[in-house]
Structure formats: structure tokens, C-alpha cells
Design a protein around this ligand. Structure first.
Ligand SMILES: Cc1cc2nc3c(=O)[nH]c(=O)nc-3n(C[C@H](O)[C@H](O)[C@H](O)COP(=O)(O)OP(=O)(O)OC[C@H]3O[C@@H](n4cnc5c(N)ncnc54)[C@H](O)[C@@H]3O)c2cc1C
Length: 377
């Protein structure tokens, strides 16, 4: 029997496993997911843990309960991918053979990469980070908050500007907005990563007195002086620093010699086969595919990979292609949101800001568990 091994039980890996279990007969393939925690985490909810008192436990589910019964779940950390021998090695010594491998290991937060980061910065890119930020915001009575990113790429590119909007809304609700100066620093030539949407976000920032500085690529943080310095030579003071941590690709990819300089896995942007090995697929945050690192991208990519593996195992031509589709919602506070949908050929159309997309985001947050990991949508 053929063996399909999927590394990572996050958004992408779980959908691939469930779709394969639906499409392939049990005698056609054994499907195994390897995950180091066995917990599936809904990361878009981190923002609400920091800014809205969302309970952290609401964002975590047992991976076993999200997988179809016939999918085997192995709890363990993948430490080596032997692409020539078609084997994966786990930290406890287990070795898994595969006919097709799917790498869905997400991105790795690497706070050590920016001098001063660990001592000074807060973030909302992990459950623990979001809880710490929540406490610091509660204690904050006024002063200057800087919101920025340590480096690019990072997952969910709109999240930092969403956080700036959430901060404004948070302090407005607390009645001390006039005591808080919010300063957003962007590494790009504009505030928002997607150019067609930038004017909408700039308007929101102007209306809510969120200051911005562009071309600010962080070089270091001075925790004593409370200053963040840029490669461009600027130094910006802060009382509270909210900074998306540096990101790299998965450690096992790097250590197996399969990653690029950032540790990202070189992957064909249409077929989602890795460039060096046609029997290894990759999706989501761990790849170098030129789209936003997002759950939405992982979701759409998972369908292409599942179709291609079914075709491969049945000896049929694999014709499925990923078109670069990403769809996302941003919560701008005040019950207003925007949505964006785009692909390789079609940039997003500037969306109106309103209640409908705010509700869209809230709805997705609720129905995620029912619909997305199972691959129902
Ligand atoms: C604050 C925030 C807000 C976001 N908002 C949105 C949003 O609104 N919309 C959106 O589409 N996306 C959003 N995202 C991004 C989205 O969560 C990620 O892009 C998505 O989870 C990526 O899916 P993935 O399958 O590639 O990786 P992940 O979901 O991160 O899963 C990776 C899995 O691999 C496992 N793993 C890692 N290393 C190993 C190893 N060596 N061995 C075994 N297992 C391992 C991990 O335990 C994890 O379960 C947001 C992210 C953040 C942080």
C-alpha cells in the first residue's frame, strides 16, 4: 500500500489529510499526519486574545478530533527529511517511509534574530505573546505605542495594521485614547502591503489619528533607551513596543538542507511540488510561494495537493494547479471590516469598509472549526 506522510497538523496539513481520506479508498493509501504538539491552533484569534479578552483555550483543539478516523496521527517532532531515501526521522528515533510527502510545517518565530527584540518587544503571534500583551495593555495608562514588524516575510501581512486599528478601538473604549499616541512603522513604501487596498487603510489611519512612517526596516531595539532603530538610519522612541517577531522556515527543512536562505522550502507556485523533489509537496507558511503567508492560502493550496496526490497514486496525470488565490478579512474596530480576494493574475479590488465584512470575519472565527479543517469549504 502507498504511504502518504504529512508533516504538520495545522491548517494546511489537516485539510490535505482529510481530503485524501475522503478521496482515496483505504486500500489505496495509508495517510499519516505528524505533529509535534497534537494541538491545532486557530492563529487569527490571537488578535482577540490580546485586544478583546478572548479565552486562549477557545483557539486550541485536539488535532485527533479534527482528523478523519482513518488518518493516523503520530505525535512527534520531525528532525530530518531524507529526500533521497524517502524517509522522515522523528526526534524519538521513529522513521517513517513515504511515497508522497507533504510539508505543512508553518513558519518559525525567531526572536533572537533581531538585537534587543526579546528584552523589549511585545507581540500577538503566539498564545503566550498575546496573553503577555493583554496584561501590558491593561496596565498602560498613556504614552507612545509603536506597532511594527521585525522583518519580512511574516505571516498574515495585514495583521500589524489590523492591530494598530484594534489598539485605537481598545483605548477609545477605555476612554483614554487622547492619552495614547499610536505610531505605525512600515518596512514598505506604503502602510498596507497590498497596494490597491492601501488608500483605504491610510484613510482609516488618518481618521483615527494613527501616525505612520514608511521605509522603516528594523535593525535593532534598545530596551534601555526604549528606541527602535532602522536600517535606514531612523530612531523612533516608544513606551510600549508591539513588533511582529522575525520569521524563518521550519527548522527540519533547514537542517535537512532543503531550505533557501530564509529556511523557506522552494516550491513550484502552480503545482506545489518542491522544486528539487517531485514526490514532496509543500504548502502554507513554510514555502517560498509568492503569496501572503495565510491560512487562506494554505486552505486553497491543500485542495490542489490532495488532487495531485490522488492522481499520482492512481497513475493519472496530475493537472490541478494553484492560481494564487487568497481571501482574507480585516477587523478595523468599531464594527467595521474589509475583505480582500486576489490571485496571481488579479489584484484585490479596493473594498468598502463596513459592517458586512466585520461580520464576515466574526462568522469565520466561529465556523472555522466546523468547516475548514475538514475541508468542507
Ligand atoms: C496574529 C495572526 C493573525 C492571523 N490572521 C489570519 C487571517 O485573518 N487569515 C488568514 O488566512 N491567516 C491568518 N493568519 C495566518 C495563519 O494562521 C497561518 O498562515 C496558517 O496557520 C498557516 O498554516 P500552515 O498549515 O502553513 O501552518 P500552521 O497552521 O502554523 O501549522 C504548522 C503545524 O506544524 C507543526 N510543526 C511545526 N514544526 C514541526 C515539526 N518539526 N514536527 C512536527 N510538527 C511540526 C506545528 O505544531 C503546527 O501544528 C494569522 C496568523 C497570525 C499569527
Amino acid at each position: 500500500m502507498k504511504k502518504v506522510v504529512i508533516l504538520g497538523g495545522g491548517v494546511g496539513g489537516t485539510i490535505v489529510a482529510n481530503l485524501l481520506a475522503k478521496k482515496l479508498r483505504p486500500e489505496e493509501a495509508e495517510i499519516t499526519v505528524v505533529d509535534k504538539t497534537g494541538k491545532h491552533v486557530y492563529q487569527p484569534g490571537f488578535v482577540y486574545v490580546a485586544f478583546e479578552h478572548k479565552k486562549p483555550e477557545k483557539l486550541v483543539r485536539d488535532e485527533r478530533r479534527l482528523l478523519r478516523k482513518r488518518v493516523k496521527l503520530v505525535l512527534g517532532e520531525a528532525v530530518k527529511i531524507d529526500a533521497e531515501g524517502k524517509q522522515v526521522h522523528l526526534a524519538d528515533g521513529t522513521v517513517l517511509d513515504y511515497d508522497r510527502l507533504v510539508v505543512a510545517l508553518g513558519a518559525r518565530l525567531t526572536p533572537d534574530e533581531l538585537p534587543g527584540y526579546k528584552e523589549a518587544a511585545h507581540h500577538f503571534y503566539s498564545l503566550e505573546g498575546s496573553m503577555e500583551l493583554r496584561k501590558s495593555l491593561e496596565a498602560f495608562q498613556g504614552g507612545k505605542i509603536v506597532v511594527t514588524v521585525a522583518s519580512v516575510p511574516y505571516k498574515c501581512p495585514p495583521a500589524p495594521s489590523e492591530a494598530a486599528c484594534q489598539l485605537d478601538y481598545y483605548f477609545t473604549k477605555r476612554g483614554i485614547r487622547d492619552k495614547v499616541d499610536i505610531h505605525f512603522l512600515s518596512p514598505l513604501s506604503r502602510v498596507f502591503p497590498l497596494e490597491p487596498v492601501n488608500p483605504v487603510v491610510e484613510q482609516v489611519f488618518a481618521k483615527h489619528h494613527i501616525r505612520s512612517t514608511i521605509f522603516f526596516n528594523a535593525e535593532s531595539v534598545d530596551p534601555e533607551k526604549r528606541i527602535v532603530n532602522s536600517i535606514e538610519g531612523e530612531s523612533i522612541p516608544y513606551d510600549l513596543l508591539i513588533m511582529v517577531p522575525p520569521h524563518r522556515g521550519a527548522k527540519v527543512v533547514e537542517e535537512s538542507g532543503l531550505g533557501d536562505r530564509g529556511g523557506w522550502l522552494p516550491t513550484d507556485k502552480f503545482t506545489l511540488r518542491t522544486k528539487a523533489h517531485a514526490d514532496i509537496f509543500a504548502l502554507g507558511d513554510c514555502t517560498d510561494v509568492p503569496v501572503s503567508k495565510s491560512g487562506a492560502a494554505a486552505h486553497f493550496q491543500a485542495k490542489v495537493i490532495a488532487e495531485s496526490i490522488v492522481a499520482d497514486l492512481r497513475g493519472e496525470p496530475a493537472t490541478a494547479r494553484y492560481d494564487g488565490h487568497v481571501m482574507c478579512y480585516c477587523d478595523a474596530g468599531y464594527h467595521k471590516g474589509i475583505s480582500m480576494s486576489f490571485d496571481y493574475e488579479h489584484p484585490p479590488v479596493p473594498p468598502p469598509l463596513g459592517l458586512k465584512d466585520w461580520m464576515g470575519k466574526r462568522f469565520l472565527n466561529r465556523v472555522y472549526w466546523m468547516l475548514v479543517p475538514a475541508g468542507r469549504v
